[in-house]
Design a protein around this ligand. Sequence first.
Ligand code: AMP
Ligand code: TRP
Length: 332
Amino acid sequence: MARIFSGVKPSGHLTLGNYLGAMRRWAEVDQHRAEALFCIVDLHALTVAHDPARVRRLTRQAATLLLAAGLDPERCTLFVQSHVDEHARLSYLLECVATDGEMRRMIQYREKSAREQAKGGSVRLSLLTYPALMAADILAYGTEEVPVGDDQAQHVELSRDLAVRFNQRYGRTFVVPRATVPGVAARVMDLQDPTSKMGKSHESGTGIVYLLDEPEVVRRKILRSVTDSGREIVYDRAGKPGVSNLLEILAACEGGDPEELSGAYESYGALKKDAADAVVELLRPLRERHRELAADTEYVDEVLRSGAERARAVARPRVDAAHRAIGLLPPG
Ligand code: AMP
Ligand code: TRP
């Protein structure tokens, strides 16, 4: 059976982008067809300025939302990255395989470090080495497929390069993984700024649908989304980013095709209304299930505890093998 690994950062409240780009597929498809591991990557949340109590809270909230979205601990392994030492252990070895140049080429690093510097802040070294840790997350498990949104494809590509290079230099140790990106909604855009990704930590929240927003808030955000000049409803991501984003969101909710859907609309108003209704309905069961699960933190903590135990057992032998292969003397 294929091995699948993916992760989500507890750096903010989870969004519709996270759900349509990644989480929904994990729950509906991936956990049923493969040996799947899903990880709340809390170490990655420390790469930018953070509040310790908030990271802790968001970590449990992400776990609760993933369960609410339908991840079933009987079918997949759900755990927290920092609970399994193998990630950090392997990350260092991969830093010894990666180059400074390839880390600096990563789009996410360039964008986030530029943003940080523009604010007069400093850039954490861990932001630069982030892709080595992400590669460790993936490679430690012998992962074949990594279901992610489009923004993570470059990082998965780098993980492939590191796996191939390590294997060539030190002997076959890692499976070479590949990213799988959804056909629709691989990059959900901000509703107020449809040329940038809907991301958890965008300055203002008005263009972001959070999974736990009240239905009226979701509706308002979608109805007030910016559209493009001109009145026709056409699917053209470059020329008409606002309308195309709404078409894509609606298509993802209803399982249709954005291009085909565009023919069914004559006004922005009707499209916005249908998209708002579809998203509210899509998120309703998730919110309800989240409310139940949030009242049972003991259950969530137990899922994470046993998930970490299973994950550790899978990762340990391969990470030990990597230590031996690279030239480290095993402890006697
Ligand atoms: P992150 O929130 O950056 O930890 O992302 C977790 C997962 O959600 C990754 O697979 C991302 O690629 C995916 N994701 C995040 N934002 C979006 C978005 N706006 N559209 C599609 N996928 C997204
Ligand atoms: N970097 C990913 C993101 O920002 C999160 C992540 C960390 C991840 N490790 C991973 C995703 C391993 C897939 C596999 O979304």
